[in-house]
Design a protein around this ligand. Sequence first.
Ligand SMILES: Cc1cc2nc3c(=O)[nH]c(=O)nc-3n(C[C@H](O)[C@H](O)[C@H](O)COP(=O)(O)O)c2cc1C
Length: 172
Amino acid sequence: MALIDLIKERYSCRKFDATKPVSKEVLAKVLEAGRWAPTAKNLQCQRIYVIESASAFEKYEQCTRCRYGAPLALLVTYDKNFVFQYPESERESGSEDVSIVATHMMLAAQEAGLANIWINLFSPNKVKEVFNLPENEEPVLFLNLGYALPDSEPSPRHFERKELSEVVKVVD
Ligand SMILES: Cc1cc2nc3c(=O)[nH]c(=O)nc-3n(C[C@H](O)[C@H](O)[C@H](O)COP(=O)(O)O)c2cc1C
């Protein structure tokens, strides 16, 4: 399938089949796609926690209500010791790096037939505490993965795309 078709076919799944696990082989493909994401100065600040056991999901559910029945989730964080500090601004690359890693994984998941959704409705401090993250790690998202239930469908918001003319300007 062409990349543009895969991108358009993907939607945020909020109805996963909780009884259908994701195989180790499929998970490995998803993680490998994240490994090849570009990062600032190639510092690879991303850290990924695989959540699949009942005990791990008990922690997950202390942090967010947005599991939607997913049998697998990835907690994506960045290590502050491996971010690039931009010299001409206050910004550093952590969230940017991790967003690219997560996008690679999301599209690789889609290609492998996995439904997916990006979750950031949580308190970072709570996630740090519950998952006992190292002091230098900042959580950015959970990526829920699994197989969609037959009646899963995109939310109406999925179809509300701005026209390119609203978001793209050609510079004179
Ligand atoms: C950065 C980010 C954070 C999001 N956080 C949540 C979330 O916490 N809970 C949720 O149900 N959906 C979340 N979403 C899904 C968005 O609502 C969804 O991507 C958007 O409405 C477009 O729909 P689509 O992904 O089906 O095309 C998030 C998406 C992004 C990119």
